[in-house]
Design a protein around this ligand. Sequence first.
Ligand SMILES: Nc1ncnc2c1ncn2[C@@H]1O[C@H](COP(=O)(O)OP(=O)(O)OP(=O)(O)O)[C@@H](O)[C@H]1O
Length: 291
Amino acid sequence: MAQSSPPGNNGKSRSNFFSKLLHGFTPSIFNGSDCASTYEESRGVGIRIENLCKSFGDNRVLTNISLEIEPGETFSIIGPSGTGKSVLLKHIVKLEAPDSGRILIDGQDIHEKNPKVPRNYRYSMVFQSSALFNSLSVGENVGLWLRENRICTESRIRRIIREKLRLVGLAGKEAMLTSELSGGMKKRVAIARSLAMNPDLILYDEPTAELDPVTSDELARVIMNLKQSVNLTTIIVTHDLNFALYLSDRVAMINKDGIVEVGTPDQIKASTNPIVRNFIYTTTKGIKGED
Ligand SMILES: Nc1ncnc2c1ncn2[C@@H]1O[C@H](COP(=O)(O)OP(=O)(O)OP(=O)(O)O)[C@@H](O)[C@H]1O
């Protein structure tokens, strides 16, 4: 997905940009608290996808996709390349609108125009590219949303940055430049940046793309550990079957004809569906598949 640059993504204008952001919000603007009242703890949201269909011209990409994702669940979507996994993710974050069907988050149709009740969930996406701002430090990347949106006082923002970096195993790395980070560290900073907004839903698009197997395992542990400390719903789109089976509560396999199978990792591994068996065999080269 496309990424944009912050205003002034270069030396001189960058410092102007940050001097505007770092202007020392005082507790008085938050009614005596150190954060806006809208900055609440994460709460996992429930997601219901009903008969979602999407075509681009003659290219039918999503066919009658129906899924139910529980609050707090870690749910992965797997499938061959080009079967609409990213398009499905884009529908959930409203970057695409369905031709037909609905997506409900906590019971509300997210594509409904003029909803009667305002939507009050926060979601955040961890992009395949990590989408960090290279001219900013690790801490500045993590605190960007909080500063841009004037969510908390500066001292509280610094505490939040420390805490979110600790959650992804990067305690004390605030001052590092993103150019100094390995691919796995970049991904963890991107997760910390997403966590800074206390999302109720976090979405990962191909989190292990371009990572070696050891780094992928480390990342899987980071995402699994988050479950112990943060109450959020997690959706992961990935080619990486072992990754999905390792950390997910449930996994859905999709292809051009729709949902092929949904189940726990053990159910997917034991599936007798030939499409699932073939996917397991080809993506693991028969090494870990049961074929
Ligand atoms: N905005 C768009 N306009 C036209 N076609 C699109 C658009 N977005 C996606 N597609 C098409 O939809 C199909 C599914 O794309 P998508 O990126 O969702 O697949 P994917 O399953 O995520 O694949 P991969 O695993 O390779 O990332 C592709 O044929 C793609 O070309």
